[in-house]
Design a protein around this ligand. Structure first.
Ligand SMILES: C[S@@+](CC[C@H](N)C(=O)[O-])C[C@H]1O[C@@H](n2cnc3c(N)ncnc32)[C@H](O)[C@@H]1O
Length: 226
């Protein structure tokens, strides 16, 4: 594509601090994944992006109005109204993603645990969230974020989502990181300048009996034979 046309396309693409990090989610989609869940989908932009990567996408939001707008013209996605803490989805997903939503849930530990439990063995959970700064590093990153923001708004079309928001977020970055490390052992934490963090956690695949046998490991409760 010629550079002038490429610049125009970029300028037209909707952009905001959440959309900016959708790539963190799509990069974490496991090889061979077939199902994805977007929790707190809002206007549904991430669900639409995930649908390009996997055939079976479910998008949940507690706000019926925003969900109805998101669902327009997209019957290829399952749009489910309801509170993620109470919904019985009856299944797990290869990818569970939640952008700018976890701070809406009344209990951080319970919210992260719920998303973890919805992640299938071998699947990935990605949480992009907002928190409050509490350290010098947080504030410095905020300054870099402000500069980045100015740079992007001149080059992109800043798009305001229409989903409900909560401000300020109840937890500091540090509190979220400590809680995520407890609930999601082995998670990868990243701070992003434009007032977001990301958590990527991979659920261990179910080890099959054959690989246990090859590695010489006998699962608990089974009888070793010689
Ligand atoms: C700030 S918006 C983010 C929307 C979207 N993920 C984005 O990146 O633009 C948070 C969304 O979470 C939804 N939400 C809040 N609590 C929820 C819950 N308990 N279950 C499902 N969705 C919830 C809100 O209705 C809202 O649409």
């Amino acid at each position: 594509m010629n550079p002038r046309r490429s610049r125009r396309v970029h300028q037209r693409a909707p952009w905001n601090h959440n959309i900016h990090l959708h790539g963190v989610v799509t990069a974490a989609v496991p090889h061979g994944a077939t199902s994805a869940l977007d929790v707190g989908t809002g206007d549904g932009l991430l669900a639409r992006e995930l649908r390009n990567a996997v055939p079976d996408v479910t998008a949940v939001d507690v706000d019926g109005e925003v969900l109805a707008r998101a669902a327009m013209d997209r019957p290829d996605i399952a749009w489910v109204p309801g509170d993620i803490m109470r919904l019985d989805l009856g299944r797990s997903f290869d990818v569970v993603a939640s952008v700018a939503t976890i701070h809406h849930l009344p209990d951080l530990t319970a919210g992260l645990s719920r998303l973890r439990d919805l992640t299938a063995p071998g699947g990935a959970l990605v949480v992009i969230g907002l928190a409050r700064p509490s350290s010098l590093g947080d504030h410095l990153l905020g300054v870099i974020g402000a500069l980045q923001h100015r740079w992007y708004v001149r080059r992109r079309t800043l798009w305001e989502h229409s989903a409900p928001t909560i401000w300020p977020p109840p937890h500091t970055y540090r509190e979220v990181r400590v809680c995520a490390a407890e609930v999601l052992p082995g998670m990868i934490w990243r701070r992003h300048p434009m007032w977001r963090y990301s958590v990527v956690w991979r659920n261990a695949p179910v080890q099959d009996a054959a690989s246990d046998f090859i590695s010489g490991h006998t699962p608990p409760g089974s009888v070793a034979s010689s």
